[in-house]
Write a protein that binds this ligand. Sequence first.
Ligand code: ACO
Length: 325
Amino acid sequence: MTVFRSVVRGVGSYLPARTLTNAELADMVDTSDEWIVQRTGIRERHIAAKGEKTSDLAIAAAKAALANAGMTAADVDLIVVATSTPDLTFPATATSVQAELGITRGAAFDLQAVCSGFVFAMATADQYLRSGDFKCALVIGAETFSRILDWNDRTTCVLFGDGAGAVVLERTEQPGTREDRGILVSRLRSDGRHRSKLFVDGGPGSTGTVGHLRMEGKEVFRHAVGMITDVIEEAYAATGYSSEDIDWFVPHQANLRIIDGSAKKLKIAPNKVVVTVDKHGNTSAASIPLALSAAVGDGRIKKGDLVLLEAMGGGFTWGSALLRW
Ligand code: ACO
């Protein structure tokens, strides 16, 4: 019996021109290149220019993804932007993307699950595509975290960067086996008891200010590997696949130690792990599509490959997705 699945037709990304190196950060706060590299694996990150908004990054990534798919904006009837740094409190950044692309049909909305945002957005779009409500979705992760960092706090400002990545997902009929192309399974989780471990200390309904990112880094670190591996094992159980079958592991890029620890626990070989955290830092919801774009662009991820995504972030939220490219 055939089924409908969401197949990735194209991927694209955008990074602001300005890079900020660890050496430059060492001139701003009491830190060093050695400390940052050893604890996080990060060497540099991109920072949005003055006046460059999250929607600008998202639009550039969306256009690149459409070009990569060989499709046009006229094909798209759903836009989901995962972001925790929207241009404005409202309307949704996705509506700016929609307007700039000249799309007047379908729906466009934002989704907020911090670093897990892209996995949550992809799973959400997948539900709508499989149900038949929409046919073609742009799923975008876009962030300007530089705007919510406390640049005097060395424990957080060294970790994050700006950027955007996007995929075009299309509803397609497949044979209904685990060899199908498209999203085979996704697993989403949240546990709000942990919400004070990683948060922004402002918002329209509380302080009336934008606020700054605050994090208990050690606590986040302590939970990360366990949560990540749990949802991946659930994805394996749902499909019968295991780490041996995975062609590419594309994790959220928060910290090289978390990525290495997760891959090791799951027994995924290091040469199957896509790493961009060294060059991008943690770009929150943008990190997975940025990493996908890099690995597709340089020829690593190819049609037919089995790709495993995972993310974990504020809330806490966490999730996994297993798809065939
Ligand atoms: N430069 C130099 N020293 C620093 C810096 C810095 N940038 N930041 C902290 N330190 C100091 C601390 O003050 C502390 O000094 P002390 O011992 O005198 O008190 C010392 O370094 C050790 O600090 P820890 O916080 O214990 O360092 P740790 O090894 O835990 O590394 C880090 C910190 C990198 C934040 C780590 O806890 C981590 O990666 N946590 C996960 C958080 C994360 O990735 N969050 C991203 C969002 S969530 C997600 O996406 C998964």
